[in-house]
Design a protein around this ligand. Sequence first.
Ligand code: NDP
Length: 390
Amino acid sequence: MPCKKKITILGATGSIGQSTMNVIISSPDMFEVHGVTANTNIKLLADSAIKLNASIAVIADESLESELKQLLSSHDIKVASGMAAIEDIAAQDVDLVMAAIIGFAGLRPIIRALESGTNVAIANKEPLVAAGGYIMELARKNNAKILPVDSEHNAIFQVLEDQNKTAIDKIILTASGGPFLNWSADDIAGATPSQAIAHPNWIMGKKISVDSASMMNKALEIIEAHHLFDMPADKIDVLIHPQSVIHSMVSYVDGSILSQMGASDMRTPIAYALSYPHRMDSGGDKLDTKSLCELSFSQPDFDKFPALSYAYKCLELGKRACIAFNAANEVAVDLFLREKIGFCDIMRIVAYAVDELLPTIPEFELKTIEEIEKLDNIVRCAVIDNEKVR
Ligand code: NDP
């Protein structure tokens, strides 16, 4: 029997983390799990560690360590806590780290994994948006592979012919359009958190669901694609495709367009990343091609969903703008989910950060992680202060 692949799952209790767990459990001969991590959800973390027979479970919130120890007291599973412990687990010797923490908080563990030369399956897009250049360079230096998990980027990864990279005409990211695709601008302005997280096709964590509703998710994906595939902004297009069957396309200079299709089930891209360069049964839903009667496409509405224009603008402005764009959005989505602001305030805050705040922040180099974190933090604090005085 071939050796099992050793995996660590960062963000094991989230939507991607749990789908990863399901893929692994459905093929027990293929994988063994080293570490699993979470932020505060100790019950699900303990339960997942037991089901996966993991060696170590790490909780970011240090005050929950003793409770987690209790939950795992009758199992041979080590327990640790704190962000530094999560970073240490990411750096330990495994074949693949699944990066499925939400937000910029996942940056350091990804860096530690890559510094150790470990391949990283990356779902966690915010670190790529804020520090994509740094991450890709680090992977190159340490000979570590980055395997895209986001369904669009995984699709592109599957149909992108390495030998024909210079013959790519365009990358076309498909977008479902989210729950507000056909809503009027007035209705969108009054949208509640529960309406925003009700995605028509995908079941996901709350933050990415709100991002999908504002099309900020697609905006982040434009920047993500720029880094993952080394593509200039003018070669990345967005196409609305409400059925989420075609997960993205690559158009080549000879006129061929290659796409990847599948059900709206993250287990497919996760399985591809876990078993790369081979394929495995994902245990997930399969697309019934007999049921495919109509696939529709349309151009995105840049006025109704201004986040898309901002993605291109930030790519043109450079690293500083991408960091501010992501940081402001994370703060704004959190405020919206806590019902402190309305849905359209998310974009107002993001626009403020990029257009008004950023030019007032003195420029400094963004060569190190500390410098990237410093700018991220300045933007977060300034955005919160600005909201307080409004
Ligand atoms: P969830 O919110 O469902 O899960 C997030 C995970 O990260 C949980 O395990 C959570 O722990 C942990 N976590 C949250 N904050 C911290 C922190 N500060 N420190 C350490 N761990 C933390 O997110 P998703 O699974 O939906 O998304 C994860 C990433 O994957 C995102 O970047 C998203 O954009 C991307 N993605 C997700 C897709 C999806 O279908 N869900 C599709 C494509 C990309 P706890 O449970 O304890 O809070």
